[in-house]
Each structure stands twice: as structure tokens, then as C-alpha cells.
Design a protein around this ligand. Structure first.
Ligand code: SAM
Length: 215
């Protein structure tokens, strides 16, 4: 992958971090905000649905929604370590034949990715600079439901993020974090014909679910 942030992702989300997250997921289940997103998606109905999880990490969303009745899941992730760990976990749960993993930057891979009933990006927008392309291309793939967990664009986070990025710069890491305006994200999703039907703030995060009216 050529983009500088993709190189940062590969070094930041490494095997050690992936295994730490998997241990936490096995012990405590999905994170608090991920649980909020999952409940909001389940409320829309997931039986037999296909899932596209962009930046799925260790696979919490795919494992949980497949257990809730979704039929299949495709995970696209720019971290090879996360994908490997998610694959091992899917095997352990006997879900291998229902999941497919693709390694790379979703913005590059989008033309080769099939649309899905449900598309999710859980804590992904904050790790990627090109929000226009990432949100436009991923929301275009959502046939029914588009779910996001991303940072609130409040004053506290606006102050904290540059400090985090200074820390990465001093460590000579190419990884950076990003705070994209809520209005920009929502306008991109709505331009693809989806309407926000669920929204909740939780600490530094906001959870938003958008749905597409049946044709
Ligand atoms: C903070 S982690 C979140 C992982 C998981 N969704 C969770 O909530 O635990 C961000 C994830 O997004 C992935 N990611 C960020 N930008 C991406 C992109 N453009 N294409 C594919 N994956 C991306 C990273 O590789 C990483 O797995």
C-alpha cells in the first residue's frame, strides 16, 4: 500500500496490538460503543443479511452479527496483523466458511468489493485522512444499513488530537489520527441516499446508523 497513513496503520496496528485486542474481546466482548452500534443494527433486522465491515480489527462486528443471524461477512482492513487475528478467531468460532478477508486500503479496493446489506466502520474514520473517499465509497456499498462509530468533533478532541499527532511525530511514526467534522461525514452519507435513523454520543465517540428507504 502506497499511502503514508496505510504504512502508519501497518506499524501501529501490529500483531502485538491485535493479540491484545483479541484477548480483551474474548474476555469482555465488544467495546461499549461497539455494543451500542450492534444493538442499533440488530434493531433494523440482520437475519440473512450480508455484512461489509471496513477496518474490522479483530472482527468483533462480524463475529457478533454472524452469531445474530447475518449470513456472510467481508472484512477489508489495512492492517495485515488484524486480518490474520480475525481470521484465526473466525476459525476458532467455526465461521470460516462465512467470512472473507481482504487486505488493503478500502479506497483502493472499493471497485472490487461487492455491495452488502450492512456496511460498518467502527472507529475507522479517525485513522484515515481521506474522509471524502472513505465515506463516499463505503456508504455507496450499503444496500440497507450503514453504521459508523467515529469521534465527536468537540472542542476537547480538537485540542487533544494535535497532541496525539505530535507524539506520533516525535516517535517518528507515520501514523496519525484525524477528526472529521460530523456535518461533512453526514452530508457524504446522505448524498448516497441514506438517512440517519439512530444517533448516540458516548464519551469521545458518536454512534450513527443510517438506513436506505426500500426502492
Ligand atoms: C482503531 S481500529 C478499529 C478496529 C475495530 N473496528 C474496532 O473497533 O475495534 C481502526 C481500523 O481501521 C483500519 N483502517 C483504517 N483506515 C482504513 C482504510 N482506508 N481501509 C481499510 N482499513 C482501514 C485499520 O487497519 C484498523 O484495523
Amino acid at each position: 500500500m502506497s499511502c503514508p497513513q496505510c504504512q502508519g496503520i501497518e506499524t501501529f496496528f501490529d500483531r502485538r496490538e491485535a493479540e491484545r485486542e483479541l484477548r480483551s474481546y474474548r474476555k469482555k466482548g465488544p467495546s461499549r460503543v461497539t455494543k451500542v452500534l450492534l444493538e442499533a443494527i440488530r434493531a433494523e433486522g440482520v437475519d440473512g443479511a450480508s455484512l461489509l465491515d471496513v477496518g474490522g480489527g479483530v472482527g468483533a462486528i462480524q463475529h457478533e452479527l454472524l452469531a445474530s443471524g447475518a449470513s456472510s461477512a467481508v472484512s477489508v482492513d489495512a492492517s495485515s496483523a488484524y486480518l490474520a487475528v480475525a481470521k484465526e478467531e473466525a476459525e476458532r468460532r467455526g465461521l470460516s466458511d462465512r467470512v472473507e478477508a481482504r487486505f488493503g486500503n478500502f479506497v483502493d479496493l472499493a471497485p472490487q468489493v461487492e455491495p452488502a446489506d450492512i456496511v460498518t466502520l467502527d472507529k475507522v474514520l479517525c485513522c484515515f485522512d481521506d474522509v471524502q473517499q472513505l465515506v463516499h465509497l463505503s456508504s455507496a456499498k450499503a444496500k440497507r444499513i450503514y453504521g459508523l462509530v467515529y469521534p465527536r468533533d468537540n472542542l476537547l478532541l480538537k485540542a487533544v488530537l494535535p497532541i496525539a499527532n505530535l507524539y506520533f511525530r516525535l516517535k517518528r511514526s507515520p501514523f496519525r489520527v484525524f477528526l472529521h467534522p460530523t456535518a461533512v461525514v453526514e452530508a457524504l452519507v446522505e448524498a448516497n441516499g441514506l438517512r440517519r435513523t439512530f444517533h448516540r454520543k458516548s464519551g469521545a465517540w458518536q454512534v450513527a446508523v443510517f438506513t436506505r428507504a426500500p426502492a
